[in-house]
Design a protein around this ligand. Sequence first.
Ligand SMILES: [Zn+2]
Length: 523
Amino acid sequence: MNRKLFSLTAFMLVAAATGYGGEKQSVVALGAQVIKLAGGFSFTEGPACDAAGNIFFTDIPNNRIHKWSLDGKLSVFRENSGGANGLFFDKTGNLLACEGGGRRLVSINPRGNVEALAEKYRGKPFNSLNDLWIDPKGGIYFTDPRYGSRDNMQQGGEHVYYLTPDRKEIKRVIDDMVRPNGIIGTPDGKILYVTDNGGGKTFVYTINKDGTLSNKKLFAPEGSDGMTIDNQGNVYLTTRGVAVYNKKGEKIEVIKVPEGPANVCFGGKDNSTLFITARTSLYSVRMRVSGAEQQQSITELGFEQDIFQTSAGELKIILIGHGTLMFDFNGKLIHVDPVSREADYTKFTKADLILITHGHGDHLDPKAINILRKEGTKIILTKACAERVAGGIVMQNGDERNVQGLKIEAVPAYNIVNKRSNGMAFHPKGEGNGYVITFGDKRVYVAGDTENIPEMKRLEGIDIVFLPMNLPYTMTPEMAADAAKAFKPKIVYPYHYGQTDPNKLVNLLKDSKDIKVRIRKMR
Ligand SMILES: [Zn+2]
């Protein structure tokens, strides 16, 4: 493919991937750009993230390992790095480095002391160690190609090795590649991706109990330099851009980078920034997904998140499922209707604020609230819910309060049309709340279980709304479209949609150009 055609294709892929509604969503955070963080290097490689989120990377020709810290400062971590290439942190905070020039694998502790972990296989030196990945047991996979001079190659080929978790034995686990390079595995230690950059292909393997590999399959019809993996299992190859493949091996997106990328990793405070080493520079881009490797992050648990910029900082909306949401606003954690059916809240950081819309089982779960609650957690709920959860703040329809520094407005939520067979509304007027939460200059409305009631249609200045859309309990897509056309939110998320097809709402609002419909897994 010629260069012009390639860049056009890449552009179209990105454009298609960033669409709204039923279209594919980009892995890049909406509106985020690739940013140059630092330049002036000779050839950058091997980005790795420490537990705090700082990035370490190599400048191979200059024989250095650099640190890019969370506060945006660049420093030198190690001089005379042995031509260090790929890097990876182990669980106890040591930085492991493939020394291409030194032809060995080393571990550098936080004080800078260096220990060699692997120097020879069957008594002979390696070619030029390139990249590594550490499995959950502590075993280390590394690639040993040779670029440039073919002198003094003693391994009879360019292979992939495994250093066992006790660090006593080195096994050659791949011996049929031209020039293996990037290597990355899944956090469960079951799958390994290895690229044959010389052969122009990337392969996927099953990892056996003893660290050997089986079940080799073609994963992508292109080679790569360094690679990484996100919390949804997508694999990132570095080619003429960063090519993103889903776990089925389908290319879903290409992230364009001003210089040719050599390697990628996730990092930053929330593990949701992609760092890219490319020739003379270090780049980054904010992501909708996060890295697979860190354990603490919410998206590690497999939930999707969308990121919005507000005048008072970044707002992350974590889409838990059905009627359940979470907001992370500058580290302040707000849950809406947390229920154990949708998430294992024992794995979450405790909440600052919990909002409950009404007492049905898919909205009020006292057990989930107790798990998320700490000293100082504020709970806003309805009068009926307060009988089942102690210590909350009752808000009635129309009330407005400032809680945890956020303006909260309680909007009525009830049925007009849909009723039980005995004539009672599923959600009688006055019992349930929707909430409008103000984050800086953005107003987010979570409607609760309701129909297109007049109080909703009178709302003003709503940027983002979550509208329930399942029958017989809440709205039809037509009712949701009618409401959206009346109060004109900028972004509508259908949620709590059960068996209803959310794409119907996309269709009904296709002529309302100022209203975007975003479909997420909120069944
Ligand atoms: Zn419900």
